[in-house]
Design a protein. Structure first.
Length: 337
């Protein structure tokens, strides 16, 4: 069983060094969750089984969020083949891109277990803080896809690669998103988010990062988090400059996130959309953040791209003062000698 399961990783297109880092249980998880999908859906067809067997297997598939198709088609993720299937029909499956599974392999892979690779170094960049960490697509997603601009007025197409986590759009290039590590949500423009959502899937993501990618909200450079007692998850304030418009990602009492725009200078919400019932406590936290940013204006804008934590650096004025002191000291030495 182990050899049969692991061989599918090679069929997927994974590099051997990646396969070597996945134990059998990890291989099973990757095959189940990290295969290529069609617009976010995983499709399967059963071939050569009796009606009763198809019903049993279909129920198991549906419990694992697979969509069962009665006929072979080009967008299948998997094709489960019975030992009783006719050789001619099995040969026909080669015309399609779906991964071929035996009944035993299907049952082994789609056993209803949850995604549990959150501590796997191959899939998660452990050097990143958990707030920004997302699952990394492996080399089976190493292909460049041409996508159209989301703007109705723009006919430009962009080249997106999920494995490399790169895009040729202006947002990716101008905001230098390639400086962030692969597996960092801040590296993603809206085109990468769209391909990630529709082809890789939103597995292993925090509630906040799932919301951000699902809705296509690329993050700005700076983020601040705080807790409000009335709600279960953290609030994130995301911004480019300390005096501009801020994006507030805020959960409700049920943990469901929404995004609000907020002007830090005008102290108002965009389009008067605000989290009713929590505005007062939210404003208090936003005011405190604005005060901290102004007090630390010398440090503002210098973030550690590896983990998102701001560095403590020497303010510019102190640097100039130090230079002047050194020059005076050199001048005095020259006068003495």
């Amino acid at each position: 069983m182990e050899v049969n399961i692991r061989k599918h990783l090679s069929e997927f297109g994974l590099k051997q060094e990646e396969i070597d880092k996945l134990a059998t249980k990890d291989a099973i998880q990757y095959i189940r969750f990290c295969h290529r999908k069609e617009w976010g859906n995983s499709l399967i067809s059963f071939l050569g089984f009796s009606e009763e067997e198809v019903k049993i297997l279909s129920d198991k598939a549906k419990n694992c969020n697979l969509i069962v198709k009665n006929r072979l088609s080009s967008n299948l993720s998997f094709i489960c083949v019975s030992e009783n299937a006719s050789p001619k029909r099995v040969e026909k499956t080669k015309e399609y891109s779906g991964t071929l599974l035996t009944k035993n392999e299907f049952i082994k892979i789609f056993d209803g277990s949850r995604f549990d690779l959150l501590d796997n170094d191959l899939l998660y960049e452990q050097s990143l803080s958990k707030e920004f960490r997302i699952t990394k697509p492996l080399s089976n997603f190493d292909q460049t896809i041409e996508v159209e601009s989301f703007s109705f007025e723009n006919e430009t197409t962009y080249s997106v690669n999920l494995y490399q986590m790169t895009c040729t759009c202006k947002d990716f290039e101008k905001k230098q998103r390639n400086k962030y590590l692969k597996g960092d949500i801040r590296r993603m423009c809206k085109h990468l988010m769209d391909q990630y959502k529709n082809n890789f899937g939103l597995i292993g993501l925090s509630d906040l990062n799932r919301y951000i990618i699902e809705n296509g909200y690329p993050l700005n450079k700076h983020s601040s988090y705080f807790r409000i007692e009335e709600i279960p998850l953290a609030v994130m304030v995301n911004y480019e400059t300390k005096n501009g418009w801020w994006n507030i990602f805020m959960p409700n009492e049920d943990g469901v996130y929404s995004r609000y725009g907020y002007s830090s200078t005008e102290k108002r919400f965009s389009n008067n959309e605000k989290p009713h019932g929590l505005v007062q406590i939210l404003r208090k936290n936003l005011d405190e953040l604005a005060i901290r940013l102004n007090e630390n204006s010398g440090n503002y804008g210098n973030s550690n791209i590896g983990n998102g934590e701001e560095k403590n650096i020497i303010p510019q004025g102190c640097i100039y003062l130090a230079i002047v002191i050194v020059l005076i000291f050199v001048f005095l030495l020259c006068k003495i000698f």
